[in-house]
Design a protein around this ligand. Structure first.
Ligand code: FAD
Length: 825
């Protein structure tokens, strides 16, 4: 096995060592700057509450495994998890609804949870003030991690298996040769390594800087206080840290609670954000105590005043106590709240596992170990990928601002479409001024401002035929939505629309080795002549879908790719570096051209008339068939015109360089006026895409599923062999899958779900909604879900939405828009 160095002996680093040992790796050194018995990081003072249920499947499954693991770490007859259960309370009607939604997530991810009445809350938790309660969510398997104890036991256990631990040893530099990590530097010399894993917690930014890697993580102080003994709790629990009552979350006031014997522990997120720079903490002392450790800053009592008042209201028994001791503990936040897991984009074999809560530590460690040993984690890591951020999201000011917002919102009710407030207007397309003139409603993704619909299209609502008129939505589904979306879909289907596709990521892959690179990595036939486009999959070595993409051959050795995100760029770049090192003349270069270019999707039955008005080039079916590319002139501008559509209407994606963008938009817009063109937003595009039968990567398509399960087996080029993932697919077939992506139509014709809701069949949870929308042409809400293969077309299932069951039927999948030609909706 390779030589591994792990930086940091917090709960993450030690679990990574343990999970690697379990998988047979045995040459591991853990380097820790603090003393090993109490290193002084966040783990050393973590109160250890583990609430499992979140909107994220990945995070919830990480938490489930962490519990399983902590329960299995037993010493002196005691495990490292006190399974007291979890109680989340609602003190507003909105929160009660949110808890119902959360119960749905629990079902989706296989966690037992129940929404309970105020009476049931008080029965479970007698100290609660019933007057304030609307209800609660009880999760019997939640509880308390004995985090620091588990670390000490794991250190002993892994030591016995040969892991070396170096305490009081700071890593001061990282050694590398030829783009590959070779070891770490310490005051006592270099430790050589084939793989280095940074598990440095709140010091991540500093460790990243050692290799020029921007780690988007912001350490923040978070207040935690203990009360004096509470008379009502006297004698209930073993001292000092025993607990019997469930861990408690009072999210309407940013508070959480646990018992420490007869004292209460109170955590508070309601204070001002207090960002911390780890480097300012100075070196960790050789002796760390509970009261004196680098991750523990002095308590600022003023910030805690509201918490104490609110705590006495919700738990009146606290009036008999006082604050005994408090501190401002440091923990890590990231711009989107997810952890950072994976290989550094700029340095091979340098991995990180950071921004991880105790709650997810076991799960993250197992995932990373599986990634290293088997090449893939069984739990989808897409949302945790270190490389998921755009460059603009790595700047210290962006990280600081977004992490501060994450801190403020940590317990808020967040709608799935809710955008961040700041920073905004970071990346705008060349058409931005036109979007604003047309009254665009913008949402933000990856720093891009993207129009979701245009107020200027409101006038179409009166012209639109009744068939397209959308049913009224419930208040939650109506958030970040407008009925104008239906009008935009109607116009796209009956005339034409221009969609801004600038934020779709575009890569250029160039050089004599371009065909080789794409051929060995993707499932399609990329060696066809210039001018041909291929819709193709990128698989992992297990045959799971790593990404999907369009690959247009522009010239013999130049390809234009439409991919999904920064992670695809990182992946192709790494593979290109590998190929270039072979020095066999198959040089290849990968460039992200998204920001320097822009795109317009011109789609709809009148699209051809519009394009012909502004170009002398021939765009007829014969001259430019489906999935073909042409270098053309539009409105006097050079452009790449690709015959493809995501919306089930014929047309083109037109790509030009950014500085030409505004003129391109204006030319098409002017020409389009005679043909009823409108600007179409993301919301219409997303719905039409779903309606056309085009599953999306990241929701419908993930590494957890192979092409057969996802209904994309037609993208495996017949006869093609040897590409990444091909070997794993041997023996699999459409007929042999146990589950399949299914399309559902909501039977009442009006209830819109938003994604991740559980799907039940005869009372049993059988899946969850992967994406949803409204098929405006048919007037019916739609959803995708993976279902057991036995639940085929015609099966009636139920989707749980805020505690209500909505009936839906499995319907046949339309022919995929990329399979033949468009225009069938
Ligand atoms: P750490 O425990 O900080 O470990 C990182 C280690 O790396 C440190 O020991 C450090 O010394 C070492 N290190 C760093 N740089 C170097 C270097 N250059 N060389 C050598 N060693 C280095 N999470 C929950 O899930 N539930 C909770 O209830 C909860 N409550 C919390 C309450 C408070 C007040 C705080 C502050 C945090 C809380 N957390 C909670 C968060 C949780 O404590 C952390 O997310 C978790 O402990 C992080 O573990 P870690 O191993 O990544 O980091």
């Amino acid at each position: 096995p390779p030589r591994v160095v792990i930086i940091g002996a917090g709960i993450v680093g030690v679990n990574v060592a343990d999970e690697l040992i379990k998988r047979g790796w045995n040459n591991i050194t853990v380097v820790e700057q603090g003393p090993l018995d109490m290193p002084g990081g966040s783990t050393s003072h973590a109160p250890g509450l583990v609430f499992q249920t979140t909107p994220s499947k990945t995070m919830s499954l990480f938490a489930k495994y962490t519990i399983e693991k902590l329960l299995s770490i037993v010493e002196d007859g005691q495990s490292c998890f006190n399974q007291v259960g979890g109680l989340e309370i609602a003190t507003t009607p909105e929160r009660l609804e949110e808890l119902k939604r959360k119960r749905g997530f629990a079902s989706s991810w296989g966690i037992d949870a129940r929404v309970i009445t105020p009476d049931e809350c008080v029965k479970l938790y007698p100290h609660l003030n019933k007057q304030l309660l609307y209800g609660g969510l009880h999760i019997p398997t939640d509880g308390l991690a004995l985090a620091a104890r588990s670390v000490q036991i794991l250190i002993e256990r892994t030591r016995k298996s040969g892991t070396r631990y170096l305490g009081n040893t700071a890593v001061t530099g990282i050694k590398q040769t030829g783009g590959r990590v070779t070891g770490v530097e310490t005051a006592n010399g270099v430790i050589e390594a084939d793989i280095v894993i940074a598990c440095a917690g709140l010091w991540s930014v500093e460790v990243g800087a050692m290799v020029g890697l921007s780690i988007p993580l912001q350490p923040m102080a978070h207040q935690y206080a203990k009360t004096t003994p509470v008379p009502a709790s006297a004698g209930r629990n073993p001292l000092p840290n025993g607990a019997n009552l469930p861990i408690l979350r009072h999210q309407d006031q940013d508070l959480y609670y646990r018992e420490h014997g007869d004292q209460y522990g109170i955590g508070f997120y309601g204070h001002r954000p207090m960002p911390v720079v780890a480097a300012s903490l100075g070196p960790t002392a050789s002796k760390v105590t509970e009261k004196n450790m680098p991750s523990r800053l002095e308590f600022t009592p003023k910030d805690f005043e509201p918490a104490w008042k609110l705590s006495q209201e919700i738990l009146p028994v606290l009036k008999e106590s006082e604050i005994a001791d408090g501190f401002n503990g440091i923990m890590s936040f990231t711009p989107d709240g997810g952890p950072l897991v994976g290989q550094a984009p700029n340095l091979d074999n340098f991995y990180v596992a950071e921004g991880v809560w105790v709650t997810h530590s076991g799960g993250v460690a197992r995932a990373l170990a599986q990634l290293l040993v088997n090449g893939k984690s069984e739990i989808d890591l897409t949302d945790c990928e270190l490389s998921r951020f755009e460059d603009i999201q790595l700047t210290p000011s962006y990280v600081n601002e977004t992490c501060s917002q994450q801190f403020v919102e940590v317990y808020d009710i967040i709608h799935p479409l809710q955008p961040k407030e700041n920073p905004r207007n970071v990346r705008v397309s060349p058409f931005h001024a036109r979007h604003k003139e047309l009254g665009a409603f913008f949402l933000e993704t990856g720093g891009w401002e993207r129009p979701h619909w245009y107020e200027s299209n409101a006038k179409l609502l009166d012209e639109m035929p009744a068939k397209f008129k959308p049913a009224e939505r419930d208040p939650w589904a109506a958030k970040f939505y407008s009925p104008i979306v239906a009008a935009e879909a109607w116009r796209t289907r009956t005339a034409a629309a221009m969609f801004d596709t600038t934020a779709f990521r575009r890569l250029e892959i160039a050089g004599p080795g371009a065909v080789d690179l794409l051929d060995r990595l993707t499932t399609g036939n990329v060696s066809r002549k210039p001018g041909v486009a291929t819709y193709s999959l990128l698989l992992d070595q297990e045959g799971g879908i790593r990404s999907e993409m369009t690959i247009s051959r522009v010239l013999d050795d130049l390809f234009l790719l439409g991919v999904n995100g920064p992670t695809d760029f990182t992946f192709f770049s790494r593979e290109a570096r590998k190929q270039n090192k072979l020095g066999d003349g198959k040089f290849v270069h990968v460039r992200d051209i998204t920001g320097g270019t822009c795109g317009i999707g011109l789609w709809g039955p009148n699209a051809h008339k519009i394009l012909s008005t502004v170009s002398a080039d021939d765009f007829s079916d014969a001259a430019l068939p489906h999935l073909h590319l042409k270098l053309a002139h539009i409105g006097g501008l050079p452009a790449k015109v690709i015959r493809m559509s995501y919306v089930g209407q014929p047309g083109w994606e037109i790509v030009t360089s950014a500085e030409n963008g505004l003129k391109l938009w204006d030319s098409l817009w002017k020409a389009g006026q005679a043909h009823g063109v409108i600007a179409g937003g993301r919301s219409a595009l997303a719905s039409m895409r779903l309606e056309a039968g085009f599953p999306s990567f990241g929701s419908d398509l993930t590494p957890e599923h192979d092409p057969y399960e996802s209904g994309l087996e037609f993208l495996l080029h017949p006869g093609k062999e040897g590409y990444l993932g091909h070997a794993a697919l041997k023996g699999r077939s459409t007929g042999a899958v146990s589950k399949r992506l299914r399309r559902l139509v909501i039977n009442d014709g009006r209830s819109v779900v938003l994604g991740k809701e559980p799907v039940f069949h005869k009372g049993t949870a059988v899946g969850y909604v992967t994406s949803s929308g409204v098929g405006y042409a048919n007037g019916k809400p739609l959803a995708y879900t993976y279902l057991p293969i036995s639940l085929g077309e015609g099966t009636v299932v139920e989707i749980e939405y805020f505690g209500r069951r909505i009936s839906a039927t499995v319907v046949p999948e339309p022919v995929h828009p990329m399979k033949t030609d468009e225009g069938r909706v």
